[in-house]
Design a protein around this ligand. Structure first.
Ligand code: SF4
Ligand code: SF4
Length: 362
């Protein structure tokens, strides 16, 4: 395992993302996967209310009971998206209870999406509630998680409330949040990266992402993680683990880490900036379209259009993988709601048109 320092605390560079448990209703089996990761040297465990049918915190809390018995250090991260200070406090107290801890190591002001949203976290009392809880010893580090653009992440960091940031970052969206990582580094903040595999796009398209490899023998998983591990500004890369096998393969990928040279990283950065516009990570935060368009289905299919070019199989992907039809897009009223909600700030309506044009002849 590789270890980094998070505000002076030794932390495994591979973190446990608790949002993808394969069988979350089986609390004990899922907790065993957490314990397996702990045994293999992971120390940073990330969860949130609502993850995995609201079971993730309970799973983590079950594992934590056992982890405490070992006397070995570990840290827990959870989150609240509440704007109202009283509501955030109630959610925090519930998280403490479910996680079986007296203090949460990293408490995220969760999913700050726009600068207006950020303002509402302050005016609603959420930020003050987090800071007060830290003063009371219920939180060790006040942090925030965000899908803001890099320049806006810098603005939030510069306000000085937080000691760390959690953000989506991978070869897929790397140009989009560079400035945020740089700003966090300048303030000696912890940087926790979620979605390091681009929501699965990287392992699902190994040929396209072959350029991430610095050595031919690397697997695509190794390459994606090694690329991130080579950036020492990143404290923890969170991988969402479904089961024991996912833990084992990610730990093996970290164990085979050989740092990329500056030239390797520069070549990858040039390639990413040249070849990849930000892609959809299938996070589904664009849910809630007033005319029921499954926006993510079309944006994920747009990824395939970008990666493989226009082909009839894309229509089958829409039909059989997602259960939608390109004709569904005719109902779009261009209200912009999905673009405002999109974590990647994708130009969704423009991509709808590109998809329609590319698939018109099939
Ligand atoms: S812009 Fe179109 S797809 Fe997006 S939320 Fe509005 S109606 Fe739905
Ligand atoms: S379109 Fe944006 S919000 Fe929707 S799934 Fe893709 S990345 Fe997420």
């Amino acid at each position: 395992m590789i270890y980094r320092s998070y505000r002076g605390r030794k932390t495994a560079a591979l973190g446990f993302g608790g949002m993808r448990f394969e069988f979350p209703e089986d609390i004990d089996k899922s907790a065993q996967t957490v314990l397996r990761a702990f045994e293999k040297g992971l120390t940073y465990f990330d969860t949130a209310p609502g993850y995995c049918g609201d079971k993730s915190e309970i799973i983590m809390g079950t594992a934590i009971k056992e982890m405490k018995k070992t006397g070995r250090p570990f840290t827990i991260s959870t989150k609240s998206q509440k704007k109202n200070g009283k509501e955030l406090r109630a959610q925090l107290e519930e998280s403490l209870r479910r996680l079986n801890v007296d203090c949460i190591d990293y408490y995220n002001c969760w999913y700050v999406l726009t600068m207006e949203d950020w303002e509402s976290r302050k005016t609603g009392g959420a930020v003050n509630a987090i800071l007060r809880a830290r003063d009371e010893g219920l939180i060790r580090h006040a942090v925030f998680s965000t899908h803001l653009q890099g320049s806006d992440i810098r603005k939030v960091i510069d306000e000085g409330f937080f000691e760390g940031v959690t953000l989506g970052y991978s070869a897929v969206n790397f140009p989009f949040r560079q400035e945020g990582i740089a700003a966090a580094d300048e303030q000696d903040m912890g940087v926790v990266v979620m979605n390091p595999l681009g929501g699965g796009i990287i392992p699902q398209n190994p040929d396209f992402f072959d350029f991430l490899k610095a050595r031919p023998e690397q697997s695509i998983l190794e390459a994606a993680l090694h690329f991130l591990l080579s950036d020492e500004r990143i404290t923890v890369s969170l991988v969402g683990f479904r089961n024991d096998e996912d833990v084992d393969s990610a730990v093996a990928a970290v164990d085979s880490f050989v740092p990329y040279s500056t030239e390797d990283v520069s070549a990858i950065r040039r390639r990413v900036e040249h070849d990849l516009n930000a892609m959809c990570t299938s996070c589904m935060y664009c849910k809630g379209c007033p005319v029921d368009i499954q926006v993510w289905a079309f944006m994920e299919t747009w990824n395939h259009l970008k990666l493989k070019g226009g082909q009839p199989s894309l229509l089958n992907r829409l039909k059989y993988h997602w259960g939608v039809s390109i004709a569904d897009l005719d109902a779009c009223i261009a209200c912009g709601q999905c673009e405002n909600a999109c974590t990647q700030k994708l130009p969704i309506l423009k991509r709808f048109e590109e998809l329609k044009t590319a698939l018109a002849d099939f």
